[in-house]
Design a protein around this ligand. Structure first.
Ligand SMILES: Cc1ncc(COP(=O)(O)O)c(C=O)c1O
Length: 445
């Protein structure tokens, strides 16, 4: 994963000029809006979501296996029995019963926590935004794996933080690369505010931090006085059913942990949480108050009811089975169809595969041609803050059926083979730059 493609070239100035002409309010915006960039591929997604296009782009969980009828009964019961509370404002800290249940969920990953230290958020995306808001001044540095989650890069950019990527290999974040990055940032006189990491079933990398590296990564951060922000929405979706020990379980005082019910229950409810040491937690509650007053009470109570009335661990097993079958379908199809010179990661859980294509092919430039051939993916450039990733793409297997995955990979392999032929005939297509991270749409998260 350290092979990031070639250096990006200069930003396209004509795009900048066009944006100026289009937006009459441009001169009035706060400086931080410069770091907020809309997805250049959003328009393409209107086309990509047509039924004839196989989308390997979206990160949408597959909710087909949820017990919708019994959930509907519980929600109706909740509103009729407890509606005065469920439809009322709540505390910014979150519903107490849910915070207790969240501690039980986290215990599966070896975390021992007190409900007071949990702050419920509207999805872990909100947690990410809050953490960045309380820690980062413009120009502060955040270390993050390269590639990293597009939504996190969006939040970091919105607070004008600088991202320094740290390379991964098949065992996740490389300790040596982390040491080097810390050294280099130190030499530049800049301040590192935290390491942002997705240790399990990485989005978009599809790889997991080896257990025997975890203590070393934590030790490096401790030595350098760097906080760790552990983002773990996929941790319970490992295909062998055994969760990895959370970084938070190994160093409670130096790790802020972000969790979510989006992938293990229902993303549309927007319920996630942050687990943080006391002092940080108090700042988080104040931040949540100023942003939303409180997370949606009804949604928190729906999650709480679901956890107390349904076999949620059994449901997670169903999700694991489903995603494993889809992962297998994608692995088999990649093996069968991909042209020589392509490599990809082999996820042991989660939703994503990270594919690297041969030198000369630019995955962003190729995307419209892939969509014409009725297959969509997300180009690697959106997952780097610095414009790398033009030889990579993220493929997701969470949403399409195994048959559609197989067909999608077949179409993608055809598109790639044609692209490689063009490169052989006309020479290397220069990589294009990306002005910043693309804001995630629900399709690309
Ligand atoms: C790594 C990572 N972090 C955070 C999120 C946001 O999740 P949520 O729906 O809880 O806001 C996602 C969603 O795709 C993700 O992949």
């Amino acid at each position: 994963m350290s092979d990031q493609g070639s250096q990006p070239d200069q930003p396209d100035q004509s795009l900048d000029k066009a944006a100026r002409n289009l937006d009459a309010y441009r001169a009035r915006y706060a400086e931080r809006t410069a770091g907020m960039t809309a997805s250049e591929i959003r328009a393409l997604f209107a086309v990509a979501s047509r039924p004839e296009v196989v989308s390997l782009a979206g990160g949408m969980p597959n909710l087909a296996a949820l017990p919708l009828d019994s959930l509907a009964t519980e929600v109706a019961r909740l509103v009729s029995e407890d509606g005065q509370v469920a439809l009322q404002y709540g505390s910014a800290h979150g519903v107490p019963e849910l915070r207790e249940q969240i501690c039980e969920v986290m215990a599966l990953e070896g975390i021992s926590a007190h409900p007071d230290d949990v702050v419920v958020t509207a999805g872990s995306q909100m947690g990410l935004d809050m953490v960045t808001r309380i820690f980062c001044d413009p120009g502060d540095v955040i270390l993050a794996e390269g590639p990293s989650y597009v939504g996190a890069l969006g939040s970091f950019g919105a607070y004008q933080a600088e991202v320094v990527h740290v390379a991964m290999d098949d065992d996740g974040l490389q300790p040596e690369a982390l040491r080097q990055a810390i050294d280099e940032v130190g030499k530049q006189g800049k301040r590192i505010k935290f390491l942002y990491t997705i240790p399990n079933f990485h989005n978009p990398g599809g790889i997991t931090l080896a257990v025997n590296r975890r203590a070393e990564i934590l030790e490096i951060c401790r030595q350098a006085d760097i906080l760790v922000v552990e983002d773990n929405p996929y941790g319970l979706l490992g295909f062998d059913g055994k969760p990895y020990p959370a970084l938070r379980s190994m160093d409670p005082d130096n790790v802020v942990y972000l969790g979510s019910f989006s992938k293990t229950f229902a993303s549309g409810l927007r319920v996630g949480w942050v687990l943080a040491p006391l002092a940080i937690r108090e700042k988080l509650v104040l931040t949540a108050e100023s942003a939303t007053l409180c997370p949606p009470t009804l949604n928190q109570m729906i999650v709480s009811r679901y956890l107390s009335t349904h076999d949620w661990q059994g449901q997670i097993k169903i999700f694991q089975e489903q995603y494993r079958e889809r992962r297998d379908a994608m692995m088999a199809a990649l093996e069968q169809y991909m042209p020589a010179g392509c490599t990809w990661t082999k996820p042991e859980g989660g939703f994503f595969v990270w594919l690297t294509v041969p030198e000369g092919v630019d995955t962003k430039a190729m995307l419209p041609r892939a969509v014409t051939q009725r297959v969509a993916y997300v180009s690697g450039t959106g997952f780097y803050r610095d414009g790398f990733g033009s030889r990579q793409m993220r493929l997701s297997y969470c949403y399409p059926t195994p048959e559609r995955i197989r067909e999608g990979v077949r179409r993608l392999a055809n598109t790639l083979s044609e692209e490689m032929e063009l490169v052989r005939t006309f020479g290397t297509v220069p990589p294009r730059s990306v002005p910043g991270p693309q804001a995630p749409s629900p399709d690309t998260a």
